[in-house]
Ligand binder design. Structure first.
Ligand code: SAH
Length: 357
């Protein structure tokens, strides 16, 4: 684990290991093969916070696990609940004293149905440099370990008693630049001996890392994929999203056109609405993109953080009208938790003033 210098006693993060690796460890410890599965049951299904609570292991075995492994690699520093929409922002401290954030988003899907979505971080900071995003301003520190990604879900579930929720990799960082750890975490979230969340409820969002998207499709990954477009003109996109220079969106669209028909992925294109990217011409250019019906367009009003102007409701309304006239299917995501700086583009790994845990 190259990035993991400061862990006390250099323990291995146990949530980094797969079930076969766990089986191997138990075999080398002279234990029965089913112990690996029991361990996964404790760690994920029962979401246990201490090796000492794993009561079907002998005392010696529990001690040995505790000596060798670290079960909870994040410390919860803050939990803030939005007064506006009940969303919750969690600030975690890593073992090397960095901060990451996760946001639990509550959205009503009609009637009594409330959909809960946990937005998890995949990196500490981000190196993509998108002009409108706060995470970009903190720069890049390092990739998160698989265990640190899983731990965000484990702790939020433990605190809230949550059992069933969607997952979006839309927190801090660019998931496809931490491909291996992100996919391993998603697999354990999905795994029946893990958190057992359906592939359809897990979404990985990328600013458009062409190489990662291609690998994701070629490997037959079934998770939902979201790509952040945010501008319809390449020249403008290059300024707002420097990733356009290395991976032009047009190339990604062509690659998807070639490969998506044979894959089962569902694709969402995200579009953060600013005052200057929602003209009639923008709508017309989006229409061209949406000839393929399996793509869904998800519009997000810009949460202004000093860079870019948010459109007002009339401007959004008229953009939606243009798109409706052109028959482009859209959904609008009201960004949750803006009063707690938990909304899209506002995660900066900072402590707030009011601490409510
Ligand atoms: N790096 C990934 C995931 C993190 S960003 C990606 O780019 O997709 C998650 C979403 O928040 C992206 O769609 C991004 O375009 C959007 N976003 C970033 N800053 C925003 C802001 N200030 N207001 C609204 N959405 C924003």
């Amino acid at each position: 684990m190259p990035d993991w210098h400061n862990v006390p006693m250099r323990k291995t993060l146990i949530k980094n290991i797969s079930l076969p690796e766990a089986d191997e460890w138990f075999a080398s410890a002279g234990e029965k093969p089913y112990r690996g599965r029991q361990l996964f049951n404790w760690m994920y299904e029962r979401n246990t916070a201490s090796f000492h609570d794993m009561t079907n292991f002998s005392k010696e075995l529990r001690q040995r696990l505790d000596d060798e492994f670290l079960l909870t690699p994040l410390v919860l520093e803050e939990r803030i609940i939005s007064k506006v929409d009940g969303s919750e922002k969690y600030l975690f401290r890593t073992m090397d004293e960095c901060y990451i954030e996760s946001v639990l988003i509550k959205s009503n899907t009609g009637g009594d149905n409330e959909r809960l979505t946990l937005c998890v971080s995949s990196q500490i900071g981000c190196r993509m440099g998108c002009a409108f995003c706060s995470t970009a301003r903190m720069g890049f520190v390092r990739n998160l370990e698989t265990a640190e990604i899983l731990e965000q879900l484990a702790q939020v579930r433990r605190i809230t008693g949550l059992k069933n929720n969607n997952i979006v990799f839309m927190g801090m960082g660019e998931p496809l630049l931490n491909y291996d750890n992100v996919i391993k975490a998603a697999d354990i979230m999905n795994y029946s001996f893990g958190f057992h969340i359906s592939v359809r409820k897990i979404t990985i969002s990328t600013c458009g890392i062409g190489k990662g998207i291609e690998r994701f499709i070629d490997e037959g990954r079934q998770y939902n994929l979201a790509i952040s477009l945010n501008d319809t003109e390449p020249e403008k996109r290059r300024v707002n999203m420097p990733v356009e220079k290395k991976y032009p969106f047009a190339d990604i669209a062509a690659m998807l056109e070639r490969k998506m028909p044979s894959s089962r992925n569902r694709l969402t294109v995200e579009y953060v609405m600013r005052r200057d990217n929602i003209s009639r011409d923008d709508a017309a250019r989006l229409k061209k993109l949406f000839r393929r019906s399996r793509i869904k367009l998800n519009l997000i009003p810009l949460n202004s953080n000093g860079n870019g102007e948010s459109p007002n409701t009339d401007e959004i309304e008229s953009f939606l009208n243009e798109l409706a006239i052109m028959n482009v299917p859209v959904s609008v995501r009201a960004s949750a938790g803006s009063d707690i700086c938990g909304a899209c583009g506002q995660l900066a790994g900072k402590r707030s003033e009011a601490v409510i845990i």
